[in-house]
Design a protein around this ligand. Structure first.
Ligand SMILES: Nc1nc2c(ncn2[C@@H]2O[C@H](COP(=O)(O)OP(=O)(O)O)[C@@H](O)[C@H]2O)c(=O)[nH]1
Ligand SMILES: [Mg+2]
Length: 231
């Protein structure tokens, strides 16, 4: 297996099918053997059924939270490379080739940076775009010596052998920070490519993210890790 795409999913019946289809089309176009793993976090809508219909393998994560859900997907991934991306159709799975064309480079993680690509109007709330994400990115770079431009990106590509060396502990949204911090503390190489962000395809659904609560979880996580790794 060349590539496993891991999609965390909590009630995404409007968009999960299109996400899976885009992945499968990309596998065909690139001529690679791929699998789509939809990691479900207790969806009560038609997400699971629709994901299976579209050709995904569905796994179930019993622990609540974005981080736990993605880690369950990682555990089930068989590919030499792994891509993670949200199931709300905000990240574009047609761009798998942009990651794939870099596989011969030296990296452990390729971070898809929305701030180096195009952010469609309305795709990211102004509070996140101009305040929260730049601030959390500045803090992770300052505390850990990384040079990334989008610490909150939900689309990242990994060498599976690198991913397997890391033991994750967080279960919530702060998992985005943990990914960056643990790759850096394990002396792994992070490179970036531009990606675009679109308005998610949810019809009535609200985002699961709570900016103040989740922002503070990121902040506390980074401070805790910096302090425990000083000594
Ligand atoms: N926030 C959150 N997302 C989850 C959870 N479990 C699975 N997900 C999925 O993780 C992805 C990111 O969630 P989203 O609300 O779009 O986050 P945002 O775009 O960063 O505001 C979506 O595909 C969700 O369906 C969870 O417990 N919390
Ligand atoms: Mg989203």
């Amino acid at each position: 297996m060349d590539l496993s795409v891991v999609i965390p999913c909590l009630n995404e019946e409007n968009t999960i099918k299109i996400c899976v289809e885009k992945c499968i089309n990309a596998f065909e176009k690139l001529g690679i053997e791929g699998e789509v793993i939809v990691s479900d976090n207790g969806s009560k809508d038609k997400s699971i059924e629709l994901a299976k219909q579209a050709g995904a393998k569905v796994v179930h994560c019993k622990v609540k939270g974005y981080g736990a859900t993605i880690q369950e997907g990682f555990k089930n991934a068989q590919g030499k490379f792994v891509l993670m991306g949200d199931g709300d159709d905000s990240y574009d799975f047609n761009s798998i080739g942009d990651f794939w064309q870099n596989i011969d480079k030296d990296f452990d993680m390729i971070l898809g940076s929305r701030f180096k690509g195009i952010i469609q109007d309305g795709a990211m709330p102004p509070l996140h775009r101009y305040f929260g994400t730049p601030l959390l990115t500045f803090i992770v770079n300052f505390l850990f010596g990384t040079h990334i431009s989008d610490s909150q990106s939900g689309m990242r590509f990994f060498r599976k052998s690198s991913l397997d060396k890391i033991k994750f502990k967080t279960t919530g949204m702060e998992f985005a920070s943990e990914l960056t911090v643990l790759f850096k503390l394990n002396k792994m190489k992070i490179i970036e490519i531009p990606i675009n962000l679109y308005k998610d395809g949810r019809i009535n659904g609200k985002p699961h993210l709570n900016p103040w609560r989740d922002g503070l979880r990121h902040l506390f996580y980074m401070l805790k890790m910096r302090i425990t790794h000083l000594f």
